[in-house]
Ligand binder design. Structure first.
Ligand code: PLP
Length: 384
C-alpha cells in the first residue's frame, strides 16, 4: 500500500519534468561552471539561464539571485550578512519563525552582541503590527526585521507590502523567509521593496538541496561560505548544476500553472477541514488555518483529548497516512512544536497534527486520511 502523502510542507514529490531535466544534465553536462573550456562553459550557461528564468518570474535582475543549498542556508546567509555587512545591531523577529531564523538570530545575538527581540502575535497567530511598529520606534539602532511570509506549521501569513512599508518608514532592513510561499504565490520584486527573500526548491516539486537567496540589488554584502569566487563572491563552492536546473524547471512549472494548482489544493483543503469537523467533534484549527487567507497548502488541526492523541501521527502512519505533528517525549506525551508553543496553541493533552497538500494530492488521499483519523480518534467507550 502506498501512503497518502499529506506532509507536503515538509517536502514535496519531485515533478517528473524536473527529474527529466536533471537527468539530462547528469547525462550530458559534466563540466565545472568555473572552467573556461567548452564543457565548463556549457555548465555555466545552464546556471545562468536558470538564474535568468527564475528572475523573470520574480521581476528582479538575475544578479539578485544567489543559489544556495536551500532555505536554511539562505536564511542563515541573510541574517549573517545583515550583521556583518550592513551593520545591523538589532534583530526583530518572532519565536514562531522556522528554526533556521530563530537559531541564526540567537547565534548573532550570542556571538556578536546583537540585540534580538521578539514581536508579539495576535490571538489568531498573526503578527501584531502595532507591536512591530512600537518595537521599531523604540530605538534608532540599525535593525533587521526577519518575519516569514507564511508560517510552515499553522499557515498564518504576513502581508509583505505592509511589512515593507512599516519597516522602511523606520529605516529597517527586511528579511522574509518565503520558503513556504515561493512557488505557490506570485511575488513581484519589481514592486516589492525588501532586502532578502529565501527559497527552497523541494517545497514546490524541485530537488532537495537547492534554493536561493534574493538580495536587493542596492546592497553590497559579503559571502558566508568562502573559498571560491562562485555566485559573484557570495557563495563559494562548485555549483549544484543539476539541482539549479531542477530548481528553475520546478519554478517554471509552479509559475506557469499557479492558479490551477491553487484552485485544486484549496478545494482539497476545504474537503479535509469539513471532513475533520464531521468525523471528530470538537476539532479546532490552530492559527485558524482553515481560513482562506491562510497558506492554502497547510491545515493544522488540534484534536480533543484522546488516549491515542500522543501516538496519533504514528498510528496514522500505520494506517498509510503521512502527516506531521509535535515530537513525542519519553513519557509519550506530545511536547509540541516551538511554533505552537510560541503562538500559545500548544495544549499538552491535545494532539495537533499538520496536514499539508500539493498539486499531486487527490480527493482519495483526503478521504483515506479522514477515514484513518476517524479510526484513531474514534469515541472511547465509557466503562458501564
Ligand atoms: C519556513 C521554512 N524555512 C526554512 C526551511 C528550511 O529549508 P531547507 O529544507 O531547504 O533547508 C523550511 C523547511 O522545512 C521551512 O519550512
Amino acid at each position: 500500500m502506498t501512503h497518502a502523502y499529506l506532509d507536503n510542507a515538509a517536502t514535496t514529490p519531485v515533478a517528473p519534468e524536473v527529474v527529466q531535466a536533471m537527468m539530462e544534465v547528469y547525462q550530458t553536462v559534466h563540466g565545472n561552471p568555473s572552467s573556461t573550456h567548452a564543457p565548463g562553459r556549457k555548465a555555466k550557461a545552464l546556471v545562468e539561464t536558470s538564474r535568468r528564468s527564475i528572475a523573470s518570474h520574480l521581476g528582479c535582475p538575475p544578479r539578485t539571485i544567489c543559489f544556495t543549498s536551500g532555505g536554511t542556508e539562505a536564511d542563515n546567509h541573510a541574517i549573517q550578512a545583515a550583521v556583518a555587512s550592513l551593520g545591523v545591531r538589532r534583530i526583530i523577529t518572532s519565536a514562531a519563525e522556522h528554526s533556521a531564523v530563530v537559531k541564526a538570530s540567537s547565534a548573532a545575538g550570542e556571538s556578536q552582541h546583537v540585540d534580538v527581540v521578539h514581536v508579539q502575535h495576535l490571538p489568531d497567530g498573526q503578527v501584531d503590527f502595532a507591536d512591530l511598529e512600537r518595537l521599531l520606534k523604540e530605538t534608532d539602532t540599525p535593525t533587521l526585521v526577519s518575519l516569514m511570509h507564511a508560517n510552515n506549521e499553522v499557515g498564518v501569513m504576513v502581508d509583505l507590502a505592509r511589512l515593507s512599508a512599516v519597516c522602511r518608514a523606520q529605516g529597517a532592513w527586511i528579511h522574509s523567509d518565503t520558503v513556504q510561499s515561493m512557488g505557490h504565490y506570485p511575488l513581484d520584486l519589481g514592486t516589492m521593496d525588501v532586502d532578502f527573500l529565501t527559497c527552497s526548491a523541494h517545497k514546490f516539486h524541485g530537488p532537495k538541496g537547492a534554493g536561493f537567496l534574493y538580495v536587493n540589488p542596492t546592497l553590497r554584502i559579503h559571502g558566508m561560505i568562502v573559498g571560491g569566487g562562485q555566485e559573484r563572491m557570495l557563495r563559494g563552492g562548485t555549483e549544484n548544476v543539476a539541482g539549479i536546473v531542477g530548481l528553475a524547471k520546478a519554478f517554471d512549472l509552479a509559475f506557469e500553472h499557479m492558479a490551477e494548482h491553487e484552485a485544486h489544493i484549496r478545494a482539497l483543503k476545504r474537503r479535509m477541514a469539513e471532513g475533520l469537523k464531521g468525523c471528530v467533534p470538537g476539532v479546532v484549527f490552530n492559527g485558524e488555518s482553515d481560513r482562506e487567507d491562510r497558506l492554502y497548502t497547510v491545515l493544522n488541526a488540534k484534536f480533543p483529548n484522546h488516549p491515542n492523541g500522543g501516538m496519533a501521527v504514528f498510528l496514522l502512519d500505520l494506517e498509510g497516512i503521512a502527516c506531521s505533528g509535535g515530537s513525542a517525549c519519553s513519557s509519550g506525551a506530545t511536547l509540541g512544536s516551538h511554533v505552537l508553543r510560541a503562538l500559545g496553541f500548544h495544549e499538552p493533552d491535545k494532539a495537533s497534527i499538520r496536514f499539508s497538500f500539493s498539486r499531486y494530492t487527490t480527493e482519495s488521499d483526503i478521504d483515506r486520511a479522514l477515514e484513518a483519523v476517524g479510526k484513531v480518534f474514534a469515541s472511547v467507550e465509557q466503562p458501564a
